[in-house]
Structure formats: C-alpha cells, structure tokens
Design a protein around this ligand. Structure first.
Ligand SMILES: N[C@@H](CCC[C@H](N)C(=O)O)C(=O)O
Length: 269
C-alpha cells in the first residue's frame, strides 16, 4: 500500500504533509511517523502534519515531531499547512483553523508570505537555567538564551547542539523538556536578530523554528527591539509582530515568512 505525501518547508524547517481529510491515517503508529520523517530511511523532515476536516473550522492541524510523537504547536508547520490548504483549494487566501493550542487565523499574501496568528503569550519569566535567559510559551515551550560576549563573538561559531541538548534535558525542564534558542544581540535592535534553535522532538538544531523566533522576538522586546522584529535563522528571514499588554503579556502576535511546496510523491512505508 502506498501513501501520497507532500513535502513543504518554511525557512528550512521541513515537513511531510498528508491530506488526511478522510481521517484514515493511524496517528497511534508513532514508529511509522518517525520512519517517514527519517532522512535516510524515509522522506526526511523535522515533523509530519495531517490536514483534517473539522466541522467548525476550515481544517484541523495535527502535528508530530520527527521522533514520531505528537507535540505542542509548530509555527512554521502551521504556516506550511495553510499554504497546503490553499494548494488543495480548501481555502483561498484567509484561513481559520484549529491546532493543538487552539484556533489560529492566517493569511496567504500575494507574494506567498504566510502570516499566522499565534496564541497570546504570558509575561516573560526568568529561566531556571542560565544567567539572563528567559522562558516563554508561544504555543510550544521556549528557553531563550542571549549570547554573552565571552561565549564567542558570533552565533555562527557557537556549539548549539551541545549547549541546546544540555538545557533541553536539564532537570529544571522535566518532564516536558523545552526548545532552546540561542540569540546574538545585533548592534542595532532594528536589524534582524540572528537565532539558532535546538528543537525538542527533533533532538537536533533545525534551520528555523517558528514558535522559537516568536519567543525570541518577545524576549527581544526587553532588550530594545520594537514590533515588528525581524529574525535571521539559518534557513531564512522571519518577522514577528505583537502588542505588549499592561500585565507584561503579549497579544496580537503574528508570525510571517515564506512557506513553500518542495515536492510530492508516494511512499510504500
Ligand atoms: N518547529 C516548530 C516547533 C515544533 C514543536 C517543537 N519541536 C516542540 O516539540 O516543542 C515551530 O516552527 O514552531
């Protein structure tokens, strides 16, 4: 039996997407999902998503990390799924869909940019690990670490895998774990903020993380950045717009960037 799939990427965060409007895919078979995402034995991806019908929304997003397990919200994944919904003709330019963290509005611009409204975020908290780091939940849990001068002059030289793995598995984040973002503070806060992310469930650095750059943008607002903040990931440029709330939280949070169909095919896995 073969499985039809589509491969998408949003600033290099890549996904296998399945049209599962008939709700036939076995979501409990985590080993199969991990095989489909495997870069040598499968299609290769940071995660897998199902587009499913929903009675009250344009569609439902069902997300799994590359390890095959369901997880919390994926911002780049959500943007790619909106582009896929347009490709299928499920939506035209506007979408209102349901994800694991609740409803999301989205819009596909004429140039292909996909804007996704993220959930409101609570005020930034000091992280329990690392001097000056902050924690914020943007649909997924994120630790944001601003590089200090003594850790290397540029983010490009930093050992994201080792440092990210250590923080992700720090007992302070048990049992859920955390995604870990490393940020270089630009000379001018109006310039793009360089970000690299170690992702939980991929257990490696990815080329970009949408909920991660959202967390970084909110954290950067405490260091002089004004909305909208531009974030430079290894896979490309993203933008996050937001409004700060009186209690320190954030509302009207929008994540924007490219979301591209790479190829489609059939696999007998
Ligand atoms: N790449 C994603 C985040 C996906 C979820 C994450 N790995 C987790 O388990 O928290 C994004 O673009 O937000």
């Amino acid at each position: 039996m073969t499985l039809a799939f589509h491969k998408y990427q949003g600033t290099g965060n890549d996904f296998v997407i399945l049209d599962d409007r008939a709700a036939q895919f076995d979501t409990a078979d985590h080993a199969r999902i991990a095989r489909l995402c495997h870069r040598r034995f499968g299609i290769g991806a940071d995660g897998l998503m199902l587009l499913r019908n929903h009675a009250s929304y344009d569609f439902e997003m069902v997300y799994f990390n590359a390890d095959g397990r369901p997880s919390t919200m994926c911002g780049n994944g959500g943007r790619c799924l909106v582009a896929f919904a347009k490709y299928l003709g499920v939506i035209t330019d506007e979408a209102y869909f349901l994800a694991v963290d609740g409803p999301h509005a989205a819009r596909v611009e004429a140039d292909g940019t996909v804007r996704l409204k993220m959930i409101d975020a609570a005020a930034l908290q000091p992280a329990e690990v690392g001097e000056g780091a902050v924690f914020v939940h943007t649909g997924s849990p994120h630790h944001v670490h601003f590089l200090a001068a003594e850790e290397g002059h540029t983010l490009a030289e930093f050992d994201v895998h080792s440092a990210g793995h250590a923080i992700r598995y720090d007992p302070a984040y048990d049992p859920a774990g955390v995604n870990v973002n490393f940020v270089e503070v630009p000379a001018d806060p109006a310039h793009p903020w360089p970000v690299r992310t170690y992702e939980r469930g991929v257990e490696a650095e990815t080329l970009s993380c949408g909920t991660g750059v959202t967390a970084v943008a909110l954290a950067a607002s405490q260091r002089g950045a004004a909305s909208p903040v531009r974030l430079q990931t290894p896979g490309g440029l993203l933008e996050v717009a937001f409004q700060t709330q009186p209690g320190g939280g954030f509302a009207n949070v929008w994540l924007s960037g490219p979301a591209v169909r790479v190829f489609g095919g059939e696999i007998s896995l």
